[in-house]
Design a binder for this molecule. Sequence first.
Ligand code: PMP
Length: 340
Amino acid sequence: MNLDTRADSKNVAAGFGGTIGRTPHIVLPKLSAALGRTIVGKAEFLNPGGSVKDRAAKGIVDDAEHRGALGPGGTIVEGTAGNTGIALALIGNARGYRTIICVPDDQSPEKYELLRTFGADLRIVPAAPFANPENYYHVAQRIAAQIPGAIWADQFNNIANRRAHYETTGPEIWEALGERLTAFVAACGTGGTLAGAGAALKERDPRVRVVLCDPEGSSLFCYVEAGTLDAPGDSITEGIGIKRITKNFEGAPVDDALRIDDRAMVEMAYWLLGEEGLFVGGSAALNVVGASRLARTLPEGSTVVTILCDGGERYRSRLWNAEWLRENDLVPSASGLAFL
Ligand code: PMP
């Protein structure tokens, strides 16, 4: 049998890694009509591991293999809010690496279940501030250092993460929207998506505005606006918001920042499901709020693209659970898009 494992241009791809990326750009018709500006969501939830983090994970693993740091029988260790771990576990299975994934204990249970199902060695650690040596990030670093042949993926400071978005996410957006594009909006966890895709877009057209949207409880809004690391408030969103400047965020070509509260995020999540048929997670909904609020400040006919980071399935016990929303005083109640 001739097993041709090359990816080609006819929508045939080699293995798990070959199916990452080239995600659709979904124009949100009702939202765009309501705003008089085109809002486009890049459907990262359609990646094979279900999130935007597939790209970073593949970039990190490819880079480690290329440098000779990761080889047959190797182990990948990472500290993650979940999605990077999920992506690494699947890539690890496809390429023959063991994965040890450290996740704080305040994330949605669906992500733990997926990690276990996918065969990762899951280490749930008590949520702790970054300064605490027991924070999941430091725990992962220590575990990797103790295992021969292991790498620490270090998605926060390993710029193979940002490079993956510079080489794939940004160029894909430009290829799809090109000269029509007015602005690119995204929230940050590691900053890889915003910095990498933002840099690729700016390089193609410096007039493209790159805008951060930040949840409450994160420092990046204040950092962009005032150069401080203040982080008022709190958020139920997962995978976004950070209180330090990572190597992946450092130097990101950010023109402006918006802060988005959880109420608007939840309202948008339910509006997107009910009106656009899109079932997404909290960071995707927050991104669409950011894109919409920015779009309103831009000339009519502008086009704003953002990232639909992952799907709603992963948050069925929280964002998509009426009882949980009631307990957190976040039951959606807006009429139409009044919350924007
Ligand atoms: N949304 C979700 C659900 C995520 O898991 C992440 C990654 N932590 C992001 C958004 C942010 O992506 P990035 O790390 O590239 O900033």
